[in-house]
Design a protein around this ligand. Structure first.
Ligand code: SAH
Length: 480
């Protein structure tokens, strides 16, 4: 068995190419792939091909690369800082590699590692920041996979932030070496300047960086109210994931699964504040106070809420407390439970000619005497998503029917939407009350009502009404 080596046989470096000539020999797909890669730099590209394929010609026209439309000979390579033998013709590629080597120019021959002086990496480009991934030719697929992963981790505005950093380098040199300078840069890349760049507000970013240079005020904290999505880790947004990776503290609700919280930075402090057996439960006022306290302590906090933070998430109160305390915050949307439930059911929430509006409601406002506005919308054809609706299922169904919605209106119910242990139920408004009596549903439940529900896929769902007729329901289901 080959001994695994811990030494690199190809060492990564960054080659200066600005304004320098790079020569690619070849007129086909391989040449185009290399041309695309090099075109991400400010090198001057020479494509040497007597016969270039249409796609390559289009690329040349589009990018203004130089096309040497002539047969190959060694003199074409002169003056280049690197050469690619990418003709797809082994004899020609060998000749190109030999010529380049004789001229003292490093060469890469596509798919012939034995002829290569250097390899091209899979590249994550956030110019001026570049992340190059190399596998010494062992696995292009592996390299692309890593590339994708790293790309998702990094903010699209990283390049702009790095460019801004470069413009502050001289000023930062005037700070005392050591802790103070380090602190400046860590606040620059992790604090207000970075957030302003992220929001596309460059002059605010510049001001924030200038503030960091001059003030010796303590670092200001920042709270991100982040939607964790309905439960599946991979329904977290990229932005949510990035913030989780940067957080000092993660404050999360009980509904956010452990697997999602675990996506955060490993050494971030985790504070559960939700209502779940065995974990400390805080009142909303206590949560508000906690967020303010963490912000004052200069922490980068992710306040993780299930679904979308602005849908039945009490984010309004938390934002008000933060505003009053003068603590910076932002909101990151998430996939709300209604959308996850609809996806699980392949249920069109709007359906041409059937339903063109949608209501997010709790049903808890049905307890009063007057019918809330949303009930009227339901009657006029809106699709209704009922959050926290299990304990008021009978009330919701009864009042809607009383108000004129047909008892035959389609209803879809999903427990644990988006998770592997989800359960789906379908039926009609007349069946909905049976939901309250079900002791077998312990996860969060989303109910969707409306004619558009009829367009869902019921292949993997159980009938809602079955429970009504089950012997156990006959006794247990009766309301006092
Ligand atoms: N902010 C959240 C809602 C919080 S209220 C969001 O946007 O989704 C809590 C209610 O959301 C639960 O009672 C349930 O009705 C619904 N819910 C949350 N996660 C769910 C899930 N995975 N499956 C079904 N319903 C869910």
């Amino acid at each position: 068995m080959p001994q695994a080596t811990t030494k690199l046989n190809a060492f990564p470096v960054f080659v200066r190419v600005e304004g320098e000539a790079v020569a690619i020999v070849g007129g086909g797909e391989q040449a185009l792939a290399k041309a695309r890669l090099i075109a991400q730099s400010s090198a001057v590209l020479y494509i040497i091909a007597a016969n270039a394929e249409p796609e390559l010609l289009a690329f040349i026209a589009e990018t203004g690369a130089n096309h040497v439309a002539a047969g190959y000979d060694a003199s074409r390579l002169e003056g280049a800082v690197m050469v690619f033998a990418a003709s797809g013709d082994e004899t020609l590629d060998r000749r190109v590699a030999a010529d380049a080597r004789r001229l003292g120019i490093p060469v890469n021959a596509v798919d012939r590692p034995d002829l290569c002086d250097f390899f091209t990496p899979a590249l994550v480009n956030r110019a001026p920041v570049a992340i190059a991934i190399g596998t010494e030719g062992a696995g292009p697929v592996l390299a692309q996979m890593l590339r994708g992963r790293i790309d998702r981790m990094l903010s699209p505005s990283l390049g702009a932030l790095a460019a801004l950093a470069a413009s502050f380098r001289n000023a930062a040199e005037r700070l005392p070496r050591g802790n103070i300078r380090r602190r400046f840069w860590s606040d620059f890349f992790g604090g207000a300047p970075a957030r302003a760049v992220e929001a596309g507000e460059f002059s605010r970013a510049r001001e924030a960086a200038a503030d960091l240079l001059t003030s010796d005020a303590p670092v200001r904290g920042h709270i991100a109210l982040v939607g964790a999505g309905p439960g599946a880790e991979d329904l977290l947004t990229l932005r949510a994931h990035r913030l989780l990776m940067e957080a000092d503290v993660i404050v999360h609700d009980a509904l956010v699964p452990e697997a999602v919280v675990a996506m955060g930075r490993r050494d971030a402090e985790r504070l559960p504040v939700g209502k779940r057996k065995g974990c400390h439960t805080k009142s909303q006022a206590e949560i508000n106070a906690l967020l303010v306290e963490l912000g004052r302590a200069g922490k980068r906090v992710v306040r993780l809420k299930s679904g979308d933070p602005l849908v039945f998430g009490r984010a309004g109160e938390e934002m008000a407390a933060l505003r009053d305390a003068g603590i910076a915050y932002e909101v990151v949307p998430g996939v709300t439970a209604a959308f996850a439930a609809a996806a699980d059911f392949e249920l069109p929430l709007t359906l041409r000619g059937v339903s063109s509006s949608m209501v997010f409601t709790t049903g808890h406002d049905l307890k009063g005497n007057s019918l809330p506005d949303w009930a009227k919308l339901a009657i006029s054809g809106a699709t209704v998503a009922v959050y926290m609706g299990r304990s008021v299922a009978a009330e919701v169904a009864g009042r809607l029917i009383e108000a004129g919605l047909s008892p035959d209106t389609a209803v879809a119910v999903v427990e644990n939407a988006s998770l592997t242990n989800r359960r789906r139920f379908h039926g009609t408004l007349a069946d909905l009350p049976s939901l309250e009596a079900r002791a077998d549903l312990s996860g969060p439940v989303m109910t969707i009502i409306g004619d558009a529900v009829a367009g869902a896929n019921f292949e993997r769902s159980e009938p809602l009404a079955a429970h009504r007729h089950a012997p156990v329901a006959a006794t247990e289901g009766v309301q006092p």
